[in-house]
Structure formats: structure tokens, C-alpha cells
Design a protein around this ligand. Sequence first.
Ligand code: ZN
Length: 336
Amino acid sequence: MRKQRIYCPYCGNPVIQRHMERKIRDFCMECSHVFYENPLPVASCIVVNEDRQLLLVQRGKDPYKGMWCLPIGFAEADEEVKDAALRELKEEAGIEGEVVRLVDVDTVDNYYYGSLAIVTYEVRHTGGSPAPGDDAIAARFFPIDSLPPLAWSSNDKAVKIYTDFYRDTWAMIDSYRKLFPEGQAVEEVSTDLEEQKTFLSNILVKIIEVSADEIMGEWSREVKSRIPVLSPHMDTLSGVNRQVLQSIRSSLQGKGNAGDFLKFRDAGRELKHLNIGFPEVFNAMALSRKSIWVYLIRKKILSSPLEIYITLELNNRIIFLYDKIIYQISSGYAER
Ligand SMILES: [Zn+2]
């Protein structure tokens, strides 16, 4: 518990409490000194490793002995607050680092220490491995999405601000890593259906589903104007493109099956029998892909890095699917 002031350190007379400037303040009747209470600066560090784990130390003394918290300690009068943060990091956790940015300043009234201003920095780990020192009895990294209860509410607040700041970035990185599955060549018909269900860009798939007719109409107009030689075969080609959009939708939703793409080999055989040139069919498929892309760009406001990412990610997934479809069509053409 914070110690009470009884005597004035300047004249030795008893201190009284008096209502002044909207607050109860310690006051010396003898020398008229007013004791203003100012928060003590406290510095703490958020260090997160490459595996998205947060460095915590376990407290070796009260208050909150045995609980975990960020490396934290009082800044001294002659010390920059961020230097105090790095010093505490080294003393309590054995980690060297450099400050990346200020995460949060929280002012709290603490039962043990009185008024505190807790300054939390994001710190990049530059050396050392976790080793408890000073008042800490343990120091280790915890997955940031499953932390033990923290000793200080200011630590919880700062960690939340930190994770909110990186949420979109982490979501993009996680989704992007799934874009290029190992060893997937176009002749491998299957796609990992479970994986398809966890992409960020799935939010756009619904738009493609409800707007299929509009996308088809756009495609049809463009094929007729850009590849006039295909005009007499629009009925057949439209049938193929409708199947293409259907297969792409199912595949994006993780509802497809391996046979979905094999039917385009039959389509290739049929188009060949109608004496439609393969280069023109290839071109029509390129326009089909473009029609989805153009439609999404037109419908979706690209107002944040996350939305732009989602649109680009969907485009990438669709490119892979068209590659598979065109591969199957060309295989139909290649048959004797
Ligand atoms: Zn006094």
C-alpha cells in the first residue's frame, strides 16, 4: 500500500488534507506548500517473435507474485522512458531489443504504487534468449492468442491495441500462404477443398454467385465484339462458359469434386468437332476470367489494403482454376 504523507519534508510540521482546485490535496499549513500528485512513469515492452508469440515474465515478488506480465519497470529521472523499457527487458527477461513504435500510454491509479503512467512500446528482438533476471522467476514466449492472465490491466490493454493493429496484416499473411499449395500442377484436378473454405477472399464468392447472369452477359457482349469469328457458335460457347463459372464457384466454395474439371475435356472435344479454333477458345476463356475480375472491381469499393488484398487473392485463385479448365479443354482438342 502506498505510504501516507504525515509531515511536511520542508518545515517538519503536520500535513493536512484540503479541498483545492477540485481535488483533495496534501497541504502544509505552516509553509503553505501544496503537494501535487503526479503519475510515476512506468515502461513496458511488447516483444513478439516470428511465430507470433509474446514475451512474458513471471513475477517473483508481490504485488501479483507468480502472475505473468510484460517486462515492465519504473523509469528513472535521468532516463528516457524507452531506454527504461529496453533496460527492464534486458534485466527481467535477458532480451536485447530496439524500439519499433509507441503502442500505448495508460494512466492508472494503482493500489500499491499510486498514480502511474504506463508507457508500452513495441520492441524488435535483436539478441539474447529468454532468461529470467531481477524480480522475475521465469521468462518465455506465449502464443499471442492464448496468453495466461496478466498481472496488469494496462498490459492487457496494450496487447489488445497491438493485436488490433496487426490483425489485418496477419490475416493477409495467413491467407496468402495457402495460395500456392505444394506441388500442384494443372493436370492435378483436385484442389484442397477444406483449404478453400478458409480463404479471406471467400467474402467475394457470394457476389460471383448472385451475379452470374450479369457476368455472363458482360462476357457474351465482349466475345462477340472482340472475336467475331465465334459469333455463330455463341450458344455452344455460352453453355461451356456457364459450366466454367459454375465449376469455379463450387471450387471456390470448397464444394467442387474432382470430376468437375474433367468435363471440360469433353467440352474441348466438342468444340473441336465444331471446327472452332483452339486459339479463339483460349481467348474466350481469357475474357471469361476477365469478366469476373472486371465485375468485382466495379462492384467492390477498394478502400483499404485488406479489401485490395482480398480482391487480388481471389484473382489469383481464379487464375489457377482457369489454368486447370484450359488445360482440360486443350487436352480434349489434343485427342485424335
Ligand atoms: Zn511545510
